[in-house]
Design a protein around this ligand. Structure first.
Ligand code: FE2
Ligand code: FE2
Length: 235
């Protein structure tokens, strides 16, 4: 069920780190692969070093976050489903979406040779513990965990979408356009953000707010997510 947790693409990217920050990939490189060739003839918006670094950090965080999400659901599901079998389809649906997100970011970081976070093994342990412990606390706590995580992750994806939209606006003001791959990335980020917010809604519909103690639990998980995001952006 979890062979995607150690995909070959990931192992490759560990071996051969070559940050996009040092390579002219984003923004219409002349030797772009066939699938990134321009769909129109407008000049391409070329990303600055800072923008490339932003994308490096964003993709590194997204991959780590989706890894964590799959592990949280993997640890929670047996416990939640044992006492609430009617939640099996919902847990599977959310898990399957997270597995899809994780696979998407594994492919992106491998393609752009972005180094995964050095904290990868730590996040694996932390996410499994979080999933296991909230699952052991019961259905409401498991749902409160999803609510807390998706609140942070949803707003994190939103920030990325806003940032790329600001690049798009700048490009248009210069009579240029974003590289087709960046346009596709924007579509992907929006879709994944919407799916995360759908998980948040499912959690609230399934009594996340009934978890006890609700406030400390949600606050500590949200704090943990923000800390993990900040660390994974850098290392
Ligand atoms: Fe996700
Ligand atoms: Fe999610």
């Amino acid at each position: 069920m979890c062979d995607f947790l150690a995909p070959s693409t990931l192992r490759q990217s560990y071996r051969g780190y070559k940050s996009t920050a040092n390579t002219p990939f984003w923004g219409g490189s002349p030797d772009a692969s066939p699938d990134t060739k321009s769909r129109t003839s407008k000049p391409k918006y070329v990303l600055s070093q800072k923008q490339r670094e932003f994308l490096d950090g964003a993709l590194r965080v997204n991959q780590a976050g989706e890894l964590a999400a799959t592990l949280i659901y993997k640890a929670q599901t047996p416990q939640v489903v044992r006492s609430h079998p009617h939640l099996r389809p919902l847990m599977k649906h959310m898990y399957d979406q997270e597995a899809g997100h994780f696979s998407t970011f594994n492919q992106m970081i491998a393609k752009h040779q972005i180094r995964p976070t050095a904290m990868y093994p730590i996040w694996q342990v932390a996410a499994t513990f979080l999933g296991w412990s909230t699952g052991a606390m019961g259905r409401e706590a498991a749902m409160a965990c999803t609510e807390a995580v998706e609140t942070e992750i949803g707003s994190h994806y939103n920030e990325q979408v806003r940032e790329i939209l600001s690049w798009q606006a700048e490009a248009e003001s210069r009579g240029e356009e974003l590289d087709d791959e960046l346009k596709d990335m924007l579509v992907t980020f929006r879709r994944i953000r919407d799916e995360e917010l759908e998980h948040l809604d499912h959690a609230v519909e399934n009594d996340a707010k009934e978890a006890r103690p609700y406030d400390p639990l949600v606050n500590i998980i949200r704090f943990g997510c923000r800390t993990a995001i900040n660390i994974s952006e850098k290392i």
